[in-house]
Design a protein around this ligand. Structure first.
Ligand SMILES: Cc1ncc(COP(=O)(O)O)c(C=O)c1O
Length: 364
């Protein structure tokens, strides 16, 4: 079979070993005689899956016990409404707009209260995170919302070690980490809430993981639906409704795989190597380019353009013929985008660069 590398932004490539294990366990999970899809979410089998999944996730991100881990549905877009419902409590909130996803968060949250834009890089075409000195933060805000990796624009908060964050004077930071969670080490204690849809570095779509400090569980609006109340879900092990059991199971397999790779610190080194390879190639090329400020270039989602955009269709067609799939940029920005999540091996990036080199030689 031809080697395929899938550069989709999400739902995205999963580790082959995980898919093979799911295949092997599909009809009969651990001698239970049932597929995970057929199990009661309250039965002992699924309970053990959920507990192990949460424990491994906590280990991977070193999550202190003061934080609750919730396995919810609705995806990150639902959280755009769920966050103000759970946190605003009559106050205002500050949002920092660094790309299409944080812009969408503002639009969705506005229905629920006083949502202020503290900073925006829209005037640059979303090529950077605005300098912290320019953020107009309100010390009485309920929270500061950021998207630490903008999947569509390819903009990530800077930081070689941990992500660099501004001083918010005690106002909790709420971070959409959908597209880079588990790709790098983070210090969870610097956030009030971390959330992410699963369909990139975690597992299949249908699951949204929310990590929330327990001090933030008592300020929800009375209008918050029970399934979206973090407090209610925290008190019920995310089981006030039927959780997305199969997505949770696959997430658990991905976490086991990640631990076996050496955890987040080890995968981060691989992610740095993969991203450097592609950015170095782009910067050395006069055929392709990426225009994101170097410090804010995403390690996970790398948009790039051909200088001659008339060649876009030929580029994509040729890539597909080589088994390099889903390289088309998001319809909002055009061009190309290579998403190189944890499960993308470095061989995939090398194959992409080899193809890009050939294509440039033929058409340059
Ligand atoms: C950073 C970010 N936030 C939010 C979303 C929306 O996620 P969902 O469609 O799962 O609600 C995405 C989806 O790609 C994303 O990348």
């Amino acid at each position: 079979m031809k080697q395929i590398f899938n550069f989709s932004a999400g739902p995205a490539v999963l580790p082959k070993a995980v898919l093979q294990r799911a295949q092997a366990e599909m009809l009969d999970w651990h001698g239970s005689g049932m597929s995970v899809m057929e199990m009661s979410h309250r039965g002992k089998e699924f309970t053990s899956i959920l507990e192990k999944t949460e424990a491994d996730f906590r280990t991977l991100l070193n999550i202190p016990r003061q934080y609750k881990v919730l396995f919810l549905q609705g995806g990150a877009i639902a959280e755009n409404a769920i966050i103000p419902l759970n946190l605003l409590n009559g106050k205002s909130a500050d949002y920092v707009v660094t790309g299409a996803w944080s812009k969408r968060s503002v639009e969705d949250a506005r229905a629920y209260g006083d949502i202020r834009i503290a900073a925006s890089s829209e005037s640059t075409g979303f090529t950077e995170v605005p300098a912290f000195e320019s953020w107009q933060l309100n010390k009485d805000a309920a929270y500061v919302h950021i998207c630490t990796n903008e999947t569509i624009n390819g903009v990530e908060f800077a930081g070689n070690q941990d992500l660099v964050l501004p001083d918010t004077h005690g106002v909790p930071i709420v971070a959409d980490m959908s597209s880079h969670i588990l790709s790098r080490k983070i210090d969870v204690t610097r956030y009030g809430v971390i959330y992410g849809g699963a369909q990139k570095n975690i597992g299949p779509a249908g699951l949204c993981i929310v990590v929330v400090h327990e001090d933030l569980l008592n300020q929800a609006s009375a209008l918050t639906p029970a399934v979206f109340s973090w407090k209610t879900q925290a008190e019920n092990q995310s089981m006030i409704n039927t959780p997305p059991t199969y997505s949770i199971y696959i997430a658990g397999l991905v976490f086991e795989w990640l631990l076996a790779q050496g955890g987040v610190a080890a995968i981060e080194q691989q992610n740095i190597a993969k991203a450097n390879l592609l950015y170095n190639y782009l910067d050395s090329s006069d055929f392709y380019y990426n225009n994101i400020q170097v410090a804010n270039r995403s390690r996970m989602n790398i948009p790039f353009r051909l200088r001659n955009e008339q060649l876009n269709d030929a580029f994509l067609k040729g890539a597909e013929a080589q088994g390099l799939l889903q390289l088309k940029g998001h319809r909002m920005v055009g061009g190309m985008r290579a998403s190189i999540y944890n499960a993308m091996p470095i061989e995939g990036v090398k194959a992409l660069i080899a193809y890009m080199t050939d294509f440039a030689q033929q058409h340059g």
